[in-house]
Write a protein that binds this ligand. Structure first.
Ligand code: ZN
Length: 341
């Protein structure tokens, strides 16, 4: 298949649209931080860096099992540790991932102190965002990169916490550019009546919207689609719900496809299984951005995700360039003209 706007593959830095703070840090950096905290319980569980790395490298059977990894990382990334991790994340993104633009997403509640009461934790969410913003600004003085934050509502959290997440995102624009919905997608059904108004509220405040949706067969909720600017994953749409592609095109929605994640969550068996995803989307005029999701924990950098798809013959060079341009074109706050690969 050919894309009419395809240009020669010759240059370019990358735009990362789907990256979780909990999965962005390489295990060796997490472990180096643990070593600075003598007596940390995780040092007893993982006595060597190799055993720590092996824990993250192991494929999981389900999305729920995969998401358990974040529960291990989030308590390491509490307030005092955030500047350390943000500095290293920005440095690595600029020097090794060759990123020009990054949207970093996280659930502020999961970085608050669980010993506090709920009201205190809600207030501490503000501190979390402010520390990440200040740390990012400091790091960005040295490394040329645009970094925007996306705050995640979460399917395991009560409505009040998700509402505060949206309000906080609105209060911290432009550093925060959007809200997301994350967490086990089998819980979405029951929360639809409360989460749709929150997406509407986000848009009313000028925020962009995305959600982890149509990632697995249990996460297919068409009712959410009209409220989104982009779709996190969305691979079940071209695979199992093709009739929805025309609506995605009409709304100008882009899929955030994270190839390695589907192998780690057990959703797909091989990279080649993504061939139909890309072909059907590009044929239908639906944009696809390639992202890492949890590049640190997967130990896969964004340029490598592109290369893997090329080597596996999932994409040709023109299609790869179209996805590269789509990532810049659908970035929530990228103001320059899209760069070609
Ligand atoms: Zn994700």
């Amino acid at each position: 298949m050919k894309t009419p706007e395809a240009k020669p593959v010759n240059r370019g830095r990358f735009a990362e649209l789907h990256l979780h703070l909990g999965g962005a840090i390489l295990p060796n950096i997490l472990y180096s931080y643990l070593r600075r905290q003598p007596g940390h319980t995780l040092l007893r569980r993982f006595r060597t860096m190799e055993s720590f790395e092996r824990f993250f490298a192991r494929p999981r059977r389900t999305l729920d099992e995969y998401l358990e990894m974040h529960k291990l990382v989030e308590p390491i990334q509490r307030l005092t540790a955030l500047p350390y991790f943000i500095q290293r994340l920005v440095r690595g993104a600029a020097l090794f991932d060759n990123l020009a633009y990054m949207e970093l997403r996280y659930t502020p509640w999961f970085r608050t102190d669980p010993h506090l009461d709920d009201q205190q934790r809600l207030r501490q969410m503000e501190e979390v965002v402010d520390i990440i913003t200040a740390s990012a600004h400091l790091a960005l003085r040295r490394y040329p990169l645009v970094l925007r934050q996306v705050l995640c509502m979460h399917s395991t959290l009560p409505d009040a916490v998700n509402r505060r997440t949206v309000e906080l995102a609105a209060a911290r624009r432009p550093d925060v550019c959007a809200v997301d919905l994350a967490g086990p997608d089998r819980l979405y059904e029951s929360m639809l009546p409360s989460v749709v108004p929150l997406f509407k509220l986000a848009r009313k405040h000028g925020l962009k919207t995305t959600a982890h949706l149509f990632e697995t067969p249990s996460g297919c909720h068409p009712a959410l689609l009209p409220h989104l600017d982009r779709v996190g994953h969305g691979i079940q749409i071209p695979l199992k719900h093709r009739s929805l592609l025309k609506d995605l095109r009409r709304r100008g929605q882009c899929l955030e496809v994270c190839p390695t994640s589907y192998l780690r969550t057990g959703t797909l068996k091989r990279y080649e299984d993504l061939r139909d995803v890309f072909k059907r989307c590009l044929d239908a005029g639906v944009a696809v951005a390639i992202c890492t999701d949890n590049g640190g924990l997967h130990q896969v950098r964004l340029p490598h995700e592109y290369e893997t798809l090329l080597v596996a013959d999932v994409l040709d060079f023109d299609e790869m360039a179209a996805c590269h341009r789509a990532a810049f074109a659908h970035a929530f706050d990228w103001r320059e003209a899209p760069r070609g690969l």
